[in-house]
Design a protein around this ligand. Structure first.
Ligand SMILES: Cc1cc2nc3c(=O)[nH]c(=O)nc-3n(C[C@H](O)[C@H](O)[C@H](O)COP(=O)(O)OP(=O)(O)OC[C@H]3O[C@@H](n4cnc5c(N)ncnc54)[C@H](O)[C@@H]3O)c2cc1C
Length: 480
């Protein structure tokens, strides 16, 4: 695959980031353009490794060495076709996937991994530019109606697969526009929204019906849903955020990350915010609680809004700088990750416990914290946290963003109305065939797995579509 000696001769190169001073003044993509010829050279680094561990790293099972070879040879139509065999939306993963495949790339054992994500992104952009990505409507219609509820990557993938299999699919979304967290969670600088619109247009031209602004189970009854649709797929995400019930939580200026990020994305999308309280970081000392990716997105958004300072704190200890010995190749490495947002101006602190918020006239002003130790227990169990005496400190906090993850799907309305069983973590319980406890009702994406990643949601959507297609046909599915 690729050029047999490519990985020895060619160094890994990825697109350069725009300078910080420039990119924090707008919401556009973080990266500079990257010439197509250079990508062909990068694809040449894919070695003939025999057992491509990247297949295993990628949940979607992307045929990475195969499309790298097509790119190296300039066979763009074949590259586009091979890429779409396992992934409906490589432009989404090409922008936001953490690239589990690169962590398990064989070249990465003792050199820098092949730049798989960038190659994926270039293939799909070439595909659109060359008119190779066109609607693929079904040739024969089944006459069966399917409702997909929730238009994130899981719902979108399932809806496209089921429409192509010949079913009449309605994709319901309670928000004003389709896309789920791709649209309203992930900031524009990581994923520009015309990328979602372009794909939705293809899906509409294939015959998909999209109904936005409909909260199923509230605006559209469960009885009507069951009457009108032969099969139902739940892809409503994991929307209940984790709270921080410490003293002072009731003060103004403390918000869930998604309320802040969603509002900024709606603002940029030209949506009407007249009836909403503005949540803005402008001229404020911002504290982001939670050290993950959602927290990093809050950092980048706060910086662009003109925050006075941004501090991100995390309860857990600082991860090691390099791959931890507990996660050797080809596993996804536990290690420190400095995101593009962190490079834009932010203080990061680890092993911090929040003790209470303090305010003035009902508005949050300060956050009281203490530093932690995480000693290894003698019995070899999990380390427990211990407060360091005398290490208490106070942070200026005029806007606090809670980014500590999501607990489970929201239960009221749809899930209660359908009466689907939940698992121990409160997610919708499914069997190996994505079926819930209620006949004809299936679930996928974060709603079934808990908070996860875009590529896993796409994979779940595709697999659930296959299960539904087989169930509707009463036999084998025509879907991959
Ligand atoms: C801020 C943030 C940043 C992230 N960044 C990344 C990243 O960079 N890379 C990555 O791989 N992953 C990222 N993730 C995770 C990723 O976005 C999710 O795992 C993925 O979007 C889940 O897809 P989904 O389709 O299951 O659900 P979602 O994307 O959550 O979509 C669910 C949709 O269902 C709708 N819905 C719910 N109930 C109803 C109802 N009753 N009626 C109608 N509609 C309904 C919701 O409005 C929503 O639009 C991020 C998550 C967040 C919160």
């Amino acid at each position: 695959m690729g050029k047999i000696t490519g990985f020895i001769e060619i160094e890994r190169v990825t697109p350069s980031l725009r300078p910080v001073a420039e990119r924090i003044t707008d919401w556009d993509s973080l990266y500079q353009p990257f010439a197509r010829e250079r990508i062909q050279e990068q694809a040449a680094r894919c070695m003939d490794c025999g057992i491509p561990f990247c297949h295993n790293g990628c949940t979607l099972g992307n045929l990475i060495p195969q499309w790298n070879d097509w790119v190296y040879k300039g066979e763009w139509a074949l590259a586009v076709e091979t890429l779409h065999r396992t992934n409906n939306f490589p432009e989404f993963t090409g922008h936001v996937c953490p690239a589990l495949c690169e962590a398990s790339c064989v070249v990465g054992i003792n050199r820098e991994a092949v730049s798989i994500r960038q190659i994926e992104r270039t293939i799909v952009e070439e595909g659109f530019a060359r008119g190779l990505i066109v609607p693929r409507p079904a040739k024969v219609l089944s006459g069966k109606r399917v409702a997909v509820i929730g238009s994130g990557p899981a719902g979108m993938a399932a809806a496209q697969q089921l429409t192509r299999a010949g079913h009449s699919v309605t994709l319901f979304e309670k928000a004003r526009k389709a896309g789920g967290l791709l649209r309203y969670g992930i900031p524009n600088f990581k994923l520009e929204k015309q990328i979602i619109d372009r794909r939705l247009q293809q899906m509409i031209e294939e015959g998909l019906t999209i109904r936005t602004g409909v909260n199923v189970g509230v605006d559209f009854s469960v009885e009507q849903l069951r009457q009108e649709y032969a099969a139902i797929l739940l892809t409503g995400g994991s929307e209940q955020p984790r709270d921080l019930p410490i003293p002072g939580r009731e003060l103004r200026g403390i918000h869930y990350a998604m309320d802040f990020l969603g509002q900024q994305n709606r603002r940029l999308g030209g949506e009407d915010l007249a009836n909403e309280v503005a949540i803005v970081a402008t001229n404020r000392h911002v504290v982001v609680i939670g050290g993950g990716d959602t927290g990093a997105d809050c950092v980048g958004t706060s910086v662009r809004q003109g925050a006075k300072s941004v501090t991100q704190i995390e309860l857990l200890p600082k991860p090691p700088k390099d791959r931890s010995p507990e996660t050797p190749w080809p596993l996804w490495p536990i290690q420190l990750r400095t995101s593009t947002s962190h490079m834009e101006g932010c203080t990061q602190e680890w092993s911090i416990l929040t003790k209470g918020f303090e305010g003035e006239e009902g508005q949050v002003k300060r956050l009281h914290c203490v530093r932690l130790n995480w000693p290894e227990p003698e019995d070899g169990g999990r380390p427990g946290m211990v407060e360091i005496p005398g290490s208490e400190f106070v942070l200026s906090a005029e806007l606090v963003l809670l980014a500590m993850g999501f607990v489970a799907p929201v239960k009221g309305g749809l899930l209660e109305g359908l009466g689907v069983a939940l698992d121990a973590r409160g997610n919708v319980q499914v069997d190996g065939g994505y079926a819930t406890s209620v006949e004809g009702v299936f679930a996928a994406g974060d709603m079934a797995t808990g908070q996860s990643l875009v590529l896993k949601a796409i994979h779940g959507g595709r697999q659930a579509a296959k299960a539904i297609d087989g169930w509707l046909r009463g036999g084998a599915s025509v879907l991959p």
